[in-house]
Design a protein around this ligand. Structure first.
Ligand code: PLP
Length: 462
């Protein structure tokens, strides 16, 4: 099926896009003279632009399209639901789709994470988790707990609360002052580990975890409500947790009565070969935040799973969680999520990731022979490739070089070569890959070949 647009249609779309559409986190001036990339169709692991050109979707849109594109059974589940009951709120009422999905998610989630609070996005899920932590501690007589710890360079969303938890100074600065209480601790980038633990991954992990304890002590143990951590940190380029890291974090949280929030907006729903990233790394959170892959993007949905203990103060008496959003747990999104999870089961997508992740890693690791590739890291179907100026010293690029390399060349060159991925320098420069969970060796090879050719050319431009 071709959905290439005619010349006049393309020109009209471009004109309207330039005049009226505001792209997110995008330097709009870069499209003043250039063409806005317009994606019109998706099928399996590929998407197609307005000219009919095909791209391998190496980022699953934005860490979203787990089952791949063009699944009519999931689209039809949404259409059926829209005909039957397009909308009803979860304020005081319920609808069968939210009930069934909450029941299914609770069954999939580890331990007693039995209660689901829906949102429409990941930022709202993170925001909700912080609000719940604050209200929970007030309800149980610990009203001084409001601070939240999170890791440097970690991204947790853009609403004001989620932004206060985010550890990327560059995207926070224009919005300061943010809600008070966000405190940073080290991330788990072993490639950039401090010298005294640079040769010992386990010691590095324990040091990073113990920094959480030191931060709690420094801030005042009665003032800290929660620690927000992704199972595998995305921003900065896929930092897996060292062995023992989360176990130590769990001990620290228990010792100080601090909640452990696993922000799984990216890492849930198969990205790491499990329904939840915390399962993969063997720890038990008090709250899991999720979004993205729960519907594979066929409709927007997010939420948080919370333990029975956290629900307790809200289960009896007059206490209400004073929080909600109109479209949270939208019936169409819930119906789509159920159909999405059916695909996971029918096609054993978790099994596919577990069976092929080693091959994915090995294929990307071939790029280590390029002088510009410093580190290839990640787990599951989630990898970061760190780019360096000097492999031996691990010297990174300065701001100007990074600007020229990433925005001036790599982003366009990778797209032109037919690969959708992310060239990101919010930390050190990295290329991020997070393809649909249906990918197999042919897709890994295609990614490697495109990256090899574009990165080889990039090296000549430094
Ligand atoms: C870990 C994490 N938390 C929260 C968010 C925010 O999600 P959303 O963009 O749906 O608001 C993201 C988005 O990428 C994320 O990666």
């Amino acid at each position: 099926m071709s959905t290439a647009y005619g010349k006049d249609e393309i020109a009209a779309l471009q004109e309207k896009a330039r005049r009226h559409l505001w792209l997110h986190f995008t330097r709009m001036s870069s499209y003043a003279d250039g063409e806005v990339p317009v994606i019109v169709r998706g099928e399996g692991q590929y998407v197609y632009d307005q000219n009919g050109k095909r791209y391998l979707d190496g980022l699953a849109g934005l860490f979203v399209s787990q089952i791949g594109h063009g699944r009519t059974e999931v689209a039809e589940a949404g259409a059926r639901q829209a005909s039957q009951l397009a909308y009803f709120p979860l304020w005081s009422y319920a609808h069968p789709q939210a009930i069934e999905l909450a029941d299914r998610l609770a069954a999939l989630a580890p331990g007693d994470l039995n209660r689901v609070f829906f949102t429409t996005s990941g930022s709202e899920a993170v925001e909700s988790a912080w609000k719940l932590a604050k209200q929970y501690f007030k309800a149980i007589g610990q009203p001084s707990r409001y601070k939240v710890l999170s890791r440097t360079i970690a991204y947790h969303g853009t609403s004001m609360g989620a932004l206060a938890i985010t550890g990327l100074p560059g995207i926070k600065e224009p919005f300061e002052p943010l809600p008070p209480g966000g405190v940073r601790v080290p991330n788990t980038n072993f490639y950039r580990a401090p010298g005294f633990v640079a040769d010992d991954l386990t010691a590095f992990g324990l040091w990073a975890a113990d920094e959480i304890e030191r931060a709690i002590q420094r801030e005042g143990e009665d003032s800290v409500a929660a620690v927000f951590l992704e199972p595998l940190q995305n921003s900065g380029g896929c930092f897996p947790p060292p062995p023992g890291y989360f176990q130590r974090v769990r001990e620290i949280c228990d010792k100080y009565g601090v909640l452990l929030v696993s922000d799984e907006v990216i890492c849930a729903f198969g990205r790491l070969g499990y329904y939840f990233g915390s399962e993969r790394y063997g720890y038990k959170p008090d709250i899991i935040t999720f979004a993205k892959g729960v519907t594979s993007g066929y409709a927007p949905l997010g939420g948080m799973l919370v333990t029975d203990r956290l629900m307790e103060p809200f289960s009896s008496g007059q206490t209400t969680f004073l929080h909600g959003v109109t479209f949270a747990g939208h019936p169409v999104s819930c119906a789509v999520a159920m159909a999405n999870l059916d695909v996971f089961e029918k096609e054993d997508l978790l099994g596919n990731v577990r069976a092929h992740e080693g091959a994915f890693r090995a294929t990307l690791a071939k790029l280590n022979d390029l002088p510009i590739v410093g580190d290839v890291r990640g787990d599951g179907y989630f990898y970061g490739i760190e780019l360096v100026k000097d492999k031996a010293t691990r010297e990174t690029f300065d701001d100007d070089e990074s600007e020229r390399l990433l925005r001036g060349f790599l982003s366009h060159a990778l797209f032109d070569a037919g690969l959708i991925c992310r060239a990101d320098d919010r930390g050190d420069p990295v290329i991020q890959l997070s393809p649909p969970l249906t990918c197999t060796q042919e897709h890994f090879d295609e990614m490697e070949q495109i990256l090899r050719s574009v990165l080889t050319e990039a090296w000549t431009k430094i």
